[in-house]
Ligand binder design. Structure first.
Ligand code: NAD
Length: 257
């Protein structure tokens, strides 16, 4: 990643999946700008950025088009072009991340899809304009996009839209050597995942039901991020790569294992 620079949207604290990606990218020489959403998070994101040598931290709420334009202007003014974009923004009303999916309200459906799915397209649109020599974009998904996972509810629908966006964006941008991929990560305890009712159970199941018999780490998500954002994966696009210890690939482990 030496000589590459980019933007990471989705660090809230040291447990964030995006922070796992940021650390690995920085270790491999990337120059990174960060955004945060809200004053409380600024206090957490700034010291994290500084710890990996970045003093470039901007406020950006992904529901605010004018604010996104301002952040990209600032990025352009400081870094010029962009080589990579990482998107890890997601949000839903936690009172609806429990019980039946059919109870989802129109207002929360719109908000969840806006923040957790549309925002990637809105960022990609602005990022592609400053990727004249190609680049790579990455977002974060979960298996609830492809199977109904208890309590994940409208977030699963948002992740399905997000994964479809990855394919459409990859088709749009492939001719310009801009690749677009997603990592579907196994359950990890973070601020966002704490909003899912009974997440503890999901976390336990993630370990018990995966061929590797354990949950994954932030660092392992970071490793896959490094692969997808670097030139090593130069022919990979439109893909959703699972970093889940194989959970999605198996229904039972061999007996005695
Ligand atoms: P997190 O809480 O650390 O990150 C979520 C991020 O979304 C935060 O940085 C938050 O500021 C940002 N965000 C929310 N609303 C926003 C808005 N309006 N504008 C800008 N940013 C906004 O939690 P995380 O688990 O690291 O989540 C990162 C991504 O990884 C999410 O897309 C999540 O769905 C996905 N993911 C998480 C897990 C898991 O188990 N933790 C598993 C698979 C995928």
């Amino acid at each position: 990643m030496e000589g590459k620079k980019g933007l990471i949207v989705g660090v809230a604290n040291e447990k964030s999946l995006c922070w796992g990606i940021a650390q690995v990218l920085a270790r491999h020489g990337a120059k990174i700008a960060f955004t945060y959403a809200g004053e409380i998070l600024e206090k957490r994101v700034k010291p994290l950025a500084e710890s990996i040598g970045s003093d470039f931290v901007m406020e950006m709420d992904v529901t605010d088009d004018a604010g996104m334009d301002r952040a990209f202007e600032e990025y352009k003014a400081r870094y010029g072009q962009m080589d990579f974009l990482v998107h890890g923004a997601a949000f839903s009303d936690k009172t609806e991340l429990k019980g039946f999916y059919y109870n989802t309200s129109r207002a929360n459906f719109k908000m969840s899809l806006d923040i957790s799915a549309y925002s990637f397209t809105a960022l990609a649109s602005r990022a592609q304009a400053i990727m004249p020599s190609g680049g790579a974009m990455l977002t974060l998904s979960f298996y609830g996009a492809q199977r109904a996972v208890p309590n994940y509810n409208v977030m699963g629908v948002a992740k399905a839209a997000l994964e479809a966006s990855v394919r459409y964006l990859a088709a749009d941008l492939g001719p310009r050597n801009i690749r677009v991929n997603a990592i579907s990560a196994g359950p990890i305890k973070t601020l966002a995942s704490s909003g899912i009712s009974n997440f503890k159970e999901l976390h336990k199941m993630g370990a018990a039901g995966s061929p590797m018999g354990r949950n994954v780490t932030q660092e392992e998500v970071g490793g896959a991020g490094l692969f997808l954002l670097s030139d090593i994966s130069s022919a990979v696009t439109g893909e959703v790569i699972f970093v889940d210890g194989g959970f999605h690939a198996a229904i039972m482990k061999p007996e005695g294992e």
